[in-house]
Design a protein around this ligand. Structure first.
Ligand SMILES: [Zn+2]
Length: 162
């Protein structure tokens, strides 16, 4: 009999899901994939200081599952930092629980990877587009800031006006 995987409840999804070491070209970069349920275990226990038994109850999982998530998640973070790898947060076996009655910041009801790269105040404005001639990365030009003064956040090449 195949044991069904229990769905873990998580209460937090980060807006930032990719961490890249500075100064390493993307092509040389190795990625560590951290799942959302591992991240939640680390958040509850390491960041918030919650006891394992309490965190397990909150996520509706057994303590052994929780400590496994914690162990694998911590190992991935440690390996990434020690070996200079990028960290990508994605996947996992979880259900996002919306906190009730909370306003801004929480409760964005999207799945992972839902939001576009542009967003926020920088996307606005009637200015032009700055483009990376090397990798093609584009972003809106900020008024009063020439594209040539910017470097591509992905490959550090000087950007040009599109
Ligand atoms: Zn680039």
């Amino acid at each position: 009999m195949v044991r069904p995987r229990r769905i873990r409840r998580i209460f937090f999804q980060p807006d930032v899901t990719y961490f890249k070491p500075a100064g390493i070209p993307m092509i040389d970069l190795k990625e560590t994939i951290l799942s959302f349920d591992e991240l939640e275990a680390i958040r509850l226990i390491d960041s918030e200081g919650m006891e394992q038994s309490k965190a397990g109850k909150k996520m509706k999982i057994s303590q052994s599952t929780l400590s496994r998530l914690l162990r694998t998640g911590r190992k991935k973070l440690a390996d990434a930092i020690i070996n200079g790898q990028a960290i990508k947060i994605q996947g996992g076996n979880f259900k996002m629980v919306q906190p009730r009655g909370k306003g801004l910041g929480m409760g964005r009801g999207r799945g992972f990877g839902g939001r576009g790269k542009m967003g926020g105040p920088l996307a606005a404005g009637p200015g032009g587009i700055c483009k990376c001639p090397k990798c093609g990365y584009e972003e809106p030009q900020i008024r009063g800031q020439p594209c040539m003064n910017k470097k591509c956040p992905k490959c550090q090449t000087q950007m040009i006006r599109k």
